[in-house]
Design a protein around this ligand. Structure first.
Ligand SMILES: Nc1ncnc2c1ncn2[C@@H]1O[C@H](COP(=O)(O)OP(=O)(O)OP(=O)(O)O)[C@@H](O)[C@H]1O
Ligand SMILES: [Mg+2]
Length: 401
């Protein structure tokens, strides 16, 4: 003790002594404060709520992980009854909206979309093409054919649903030099960015219904067949071979689907899977959606189906029959494999060429057959006032612009 006092009172050590006392005291005070904080009721409640939030986030991510295993499932969440009823009411008076789809790549979807559009535009319909594939094959083909280098619209606007319908309608690219009755919303790589963005918004629940965005535009006044300045009679959507935001929007907005397939074993299995996936979408999101049929594409010879193709058709019909769905294989409307069509990919719509040589006529004939099947199985809409004016009930009236 004497030693301690000696040291304490010894002047040269006073500074160190005071510093030691103050230091120990400061430490003790800090610990006291921390102890009080931990023991504070408000802070405890905050810690508990943070814990709860982190637990619920963990559970949400686990749920997402489970559903993301099959992308179809998270897109198939049931819509609200109000959304579904409103949508089905709108579908009942819709113009034909045809989605050309198969989750198998390279089966002729784009070629069929472009040439069918050419066929119906030549008949005087106002046709809107929507490219919903970020590869942009359809856009490349029609833009090259129409000599359009700069364009302002893009189909991503249709799935983002952020702009008003009038502004979006104004951005459709008119393909005047192909046919005055043909328009397109092209797609390129910006479409892919939008698809991913909208999918994330849907997954985290930020946007209520991203699946109905395209449908809302197509049912809006500027797109209506009744609108003589900006309306359409038919929409054809070229789908990509993947189940992404664009296809989900397309299947919800469509009144009909057309499924092209090559007649081989691999494509046949993919086609049956595609039909089954569409059935699930139809059941949950768009009950009035109809199958126009399976189109045999790139058939080897115009002389008729070969044995391998006939076998593939038989297998396809059997498998479709087993799935319980009456989806016809359109055996009488095949699209033959033609050099003209192979060469035209990315550069022109063969149907809409100005030339009228034998090979162009042949292509027109086969898409004409397919077009007739479509025409017989969809419901065209006509402006009532024009119908009355011409006094031909049910007549198809072309509204010129
Ligand atoms: N009937 C046909 N005869 C000859 N070639 C064809 C025919 N149909 C399509 N092709 C060619 O086959 C290739 C694939 O066709 P297309 O792009 O139409 O298929 P797709 O199903 O749209 O492909 P993806 O799944 O990649 O979008 C293209 O090069 C196209 O020119
Ligand atoms: Mg394609």
């Amino acid at each position: 003790m004497a030693g301690f006092l000696e040291v304490g009172l010894n002047l040269p050590y006073v500074k160190e002594f005071v510093a030691a006392i103050v230091g120990v005291g400061g430490f003790a005070y800090t610990f006291y404060k921390i102890g009080r904080r931990a023991g504070n009721g408000g802070d405890l409640a905050q810690i508990a709520s943070l814990k709860q939030e982190s637990q619920s986030l963990r559970e949400r991510f686990q749920d997402l992980e489970r559903t993301v295993k099959d992308p179809k499932d998270f897109w198939l969440r049931s819509p609200s009854t109000v959304d579904l009823v409103e949508h089905q009411n709108a579908q009942a008076s819709s113009i034909p909206v045809i989605c050309v789809v198969n989750f198998k790549g390279g089966v002729g979807k784009t070629t069929i979309s472009a040439n069918l559009a050419g066929h119906f535009a030549a008949l005087g319909k106002r046709v809107l093409l929507i490219d919903s594939d970020y590869q942009g094959s359809l856009s490349e083909t029609v833009m090259a054919h129409a000599n359009v280098a700069d364009y302002v619209g893009s189909s991503y606007m249709l799935i983002e649903g952020e702009r008003d319908p009038e502004a979006v309608r104004g951005k459709a690219e008119r393909l005047l030099s192909i046919n005055s009755g043909m328009w397109i919303y092209p797609a390129f790589y910006d479409y892919s960015r939008s698809e991913v963005k909208m999918m994330f918004r849907w997954l985290v629940g930020r946007d209520n219904e991203v699946r109905y965005n395209l449908s809302r535009y197509l049912r809006s006044a500027p797109f209506s067949f009744d609108n003589p300045d900006t309306g359409f009679d038919l929409v054809i959507i070229d789908a990509p071979p993947r189940l992404l935001t664009g296809v989900v929007n397309a299947l919800v907005a469509s009144t009909h689907v057309l499924v092209p397939t090559i007649l081989d074993g691999q494509s046949q299995r993919a086609t049956v899977n595609t039909v089954m996936a569409i059935q699930q979408f139809r059941q949950k999101l768009n009950p009035s959606l109809k199958f126009l049929g399976i189109v045999p594409s790139m058939v080897s010879t115009a002389a008729g189906y070969n044995d391998r193709e006939l076998e593939a058709i038989g297998d396809l019909e059997r498998s479709l029959g087993e799935s319980g769905e009456l989806v016809p294989v359109l055996k009488s409307c095949p699209i033959w494999r033609r050099e003209e069509l192979a060469k035209a990919g990315g550069s022109e719509i063969v149907y809409s060429r100005t030339s009228n040589n034998a090979s162009t006529r042949e292509v027109r004939e086969m898409f004409g057959h397919l077009g007739q099947h479509v025409e017989r199985n969809v419901r065209w809409r006509t402006s009532r006032s024009l119908e009355e004016m011409f006094s031909v009930p049910g007549a198809k009236v072309r509204v010129s612009q």
